[in-house]
Write a protein of this length. Structure first.
Length: 136
C-alpha cells in the first residue's frame, strides 16, 4: 500500500508527484527534495519497522496518512526504530548483568553457552518490547 501526501512537488512548471510517500510493501519512505527536485528513498530493514508497518496498515492506517500528509513520516519511523532498538538493548543488558547462568558461563569462558543465552535474552526482550511498542 502506498500512502501519498496531499502536498505535491512542484518542478517549476507543474505539480508532478506527492512530496511524501510511504510504500508499506517495500518498507520505504519516498520524498521529493524541494530544493533539488530529486527523489530521496529511505528503505527500512529492521524487524521492528516491518512489523510496525504491517500492524499499523491493518489496524490504524489513518496514523500513517496523517504522518505522511504532515511530512513527518520519515522522522517518526527513524525515531521509532531508535526507541525500540534502545529498549531491547537496555533489557538485554540488564539480563546480562543479573542472570546467574550467563555470568557463570562468562566466568567459565563457555562461549557457546554465553552466546546461546545472549540470543535468548534478545528474543525475550523483543517479545516484551514489541508487544508494548511495535504492536500499539
Amino acid at each position: 500500500m502506498i500512502f501519498a501526501s496531499e502536498k505535491m512537488a512542484y518542478d517549476g512548471n507543474s505539480y508532478t508527484s506527492p512530496l511524501w510517500q510511504l510504500d508499506t510493501d517495500n518498507y520505504a519512505v519516498i520524498h521529493i527534495n524541494e530544493a533539488t527536485g530529486k527523489e530521496e528513498r529511505t528503505q527500512f530493514h529492521t524487524d521492528c519497522i516491518i512489523y510496525h508497518m504491517n500492524y499499523t496498515v491493518e489496524h490504524c492506517p489513518e496514523r500513517f496518512e496523517q504522518l505522511v500528509n504532515r511530512g513527518e513520516i520519515l522522522e517518526y519511523l527513524e525515531t521509532f526504530e531508535d526507541k525500540v532498538l534502545d529498549a531491547v538493548d537496555k533489557l538485554t543488558d540488564c539480563w546480562k548483568q543479573t542472570d546467574k547462568e550467563y555470568l557463570l558461563a562468562k566466568e567459565n569462558g563457555d562461549t557457546l553457552k554465553e552466546v546461546g543465552l545472549l540470543n535468548m535474552f534478545d528474543m525475550r526482550a523483543k517479545e516484551i518490547v514489541y508487544r508494548d511498542m511495535v504492536y500499539a
